[in-house]
Unconditional design. Structure first.
Length: 218
């Protein structure tokens, strides 16, 4: 469950990244002085996307030195601490991000994944629902989270419902999103020993792993 949880968290991070997320070169900026807050934020996000966790933390910290109210830096630190399993620190930064920008659904969703990781499922569901209410255009992200949360407590009927709804809501072009959702749906069927359903999902996963989108399961 943990690896799949992080895959879903990373999916949200990928959607949330700034449109220009290429690494910022400190060498280029040497003569011009220190990086701006925006440049440092892009650098931190680039480190995070490459799983360079310690450099990412340092860059996010520098962003907050420049701009203490930058919610995205707190969100990024939460993501990094979650990957490190430093749950208390991750929770602190996610909550600070929400305090600074309470309209960002992704902030609530990643906090929900922290609660899934720490088996606080009811709170995880609450956070996912709050995030979805703010971000209905990307409701599939939060439905996937709700599906995983229900799987964790063996509420398989609800998990299947949420994950099928997520699969029908994700844009067909988002192969990575489909892959995450169907991976979680496969787990639901596998746990119930529903071999026929699991086999159907497994076929879709094979297609998705080749980079081709699939049609939702009815």
């Amino acid at each position: 469950m943990r690896v799949k949880a992080f895959l879903a968290v990373l999916a949200v991070i990928a959607v949330f990244l700034l449109s220009s997320c290429a690494p910022v070169s400190r060498v280029i900026k040497q003569d011009a002085g220190p990086l701006s807050g925006a440049e440092e934020l892009r650098l931190a996000m680039a480190y995070e996307s490459k799983e360079m966790l310690e450099p990412a933390l340092k860059s996010y910290s520098r962003v907050l030195d420049i701009e203490p109210s930058e919610a995205r830096a707190h969100f990024g630190m939460g993501n990094v601490y979650l990957k490190m399993r430093r749950y208390d620190e991750a929770e602190e930064h996610y909550k600070k991000a929400i305090e600074l920008d309470p309209e960002k659904g992704a902030f609530y969703n990643n906090l929900a994944w922290l609660y899934i990781e720490t088996a606080n499922v009811i709170t995880a569901m609450s956070m996912a629902n709050r995030g979805m209410a703010l971000d209905m255009e990307r409701r599939y992200i939060y439905l996937d989270t709700l599906g995983v949360a229900n799987t964790l407590i063996a509420n398989y009927a609800a998990a299947e419902m949420y994950l099928k709804d997520a699969a029908s809501s994700v844009p067909p072009s988002d192969v990575r999103g489909q892959l995450h959702i169907y991976t979680h749906l496969f787990e639901v069927y596998e746990k119930q020993n529903k071999k026929k359903e699991a086999a159907a999902v497994e076929e879709k996963l094979k297609i998705l792993r080749s980079g081709v989108p699939v049609t939702p399961i009815p």
